[in-house]
Design a protein around this ligand. Structure first.
Ligand SMILES: *[C@@H]1O[C@H](CO)[C@@H](O)[C@H](O)[C@H]1NC(C)=O
Length: 281
């Protein structure tokens, strides 16, 4: 009895702070009115110049699939990022990549200072499956000097590792000393909702997770992780080549005629300096 009273008291206490009322740092939720063409021009949501294949426009790779909104999409819509043979960014022939970066996230802005919680949801597109023989990065923070990724969500066969089940979402700490922070089966037809509390002072990362419309739950403690170095948050598909030697941005096998994508929803970041973390909308 005592413990159930305690947990009730705890949940009542938290219910006052877990609804989405935390101060926003950026909002990458896509208004219905934006449309795919809206990603080409300067807009309030995502940068219109990076990251995409040379000569491409975002409207050629962003799709707005007819799927229900993710947990935190309230009057906003999911957006899919796709890659093709043309997704060669900045001469990186070893990669195929396209990513969205929140427009206010310059690399030195407050989104990588203090204590912030990054929210995003990911879902497979059954029409545009990934090739799980490859490693993919779907969400990552790249440091402002481009020397590391301080946190990265991967799927597929991770290079240099014996991946037991490539059909898994695997969240890693700073790739300079990668630890698996959390993993979950990548189930078709459902959104996988993540929130990452990034403490840029204490250098820790705490993971919250749920699927579908369930409220987020804490799935890790605040784990020591070097999130220093500021930088930019990327949301998209970065496919690495196979058997690349040396500079893998330039080397590695990439098959032709690909059409692959991942659906994103509910991208935003909130200020958690007061402990505020939204677990449901
Ligand atoms: C997936 O990648 C593997 C490894 O490079 C390759 O052998 C295979 O042909 C690819 N499958 C498709 C459908 O492209």
């Amino acid at each position: 009895m005592l413990s159930s009273h305690l947990s009730l008291a705890v949940s009542l206490f938290f219910s006052s702070v877990v609804a989405q009322s935390c101060k926003l740092q950026f909002d990458g939720r896509v208004p219905v009115t934006l449309g795919a063409a809206g990603f080409n021009a300067p807009n309030q949501i995502f940068g219109s110049n990076n990251v995409l294949g040379q000569g491409l426009k975002f409207s050629q790779l962003v799709k707005l699939p007819a799927v229900a909104g993710s947990l935190f999409d309230v009057n906003t819509v999911p957006a899919e990022v796709t890659i093709s043979d043309k997704s060669i960014f900045n001469g990186q022939t070893g990669f195929r990549r396209a990513e969205l970066i929140p427009v206010s996230n310059s690399g030195t802005d407050p989104s990588t200072q203090g204590v912030k919680t990054l929210h995003f949801s990911v879902m497979k597109d059954g029409q545009r499956p990934l090739n799980l023989s490859h490693e993919y990065q779907l969400v990552f923070l790249e440091s402002n000097d481009f020397s590391t990724n301080q946190v990265v969500l991967k799927t597929g066969t991770i290079l240099g590792q014996a991946t037991a089940d490539p059909d898994t979402l695997q969240l890693f700490s700073n790739v300079n000393a990668p630890q698996l922070l959390f993993s979950a089966k990548f189930t078709p037809g459902v959104f996988h909702n993540f929130a990452l509390t990034l403490d840029f002072n204490k250098l820790t990362t705490q993971v919250f997770f749920s699927t579908g419309t369930a409220a987020l739950e804490s799935v890790t403690a605040a784990i020591k992780n070097d999130v220093s170095g500021q930088g930019q948050f990327h949301f998209g598909v970065l496919k690495k080549g196979i058997n690349g030697v040396g500079d893998i941005t330039k080397n590695g096998v990439q098959e032709a005629d690909i059409d692959e994508g991942i659906i994103f929803g509910g991208i935003f970041e909130e200020d958690s300096s007061t402990g505020c973390v939204s677990l449901s909308p």
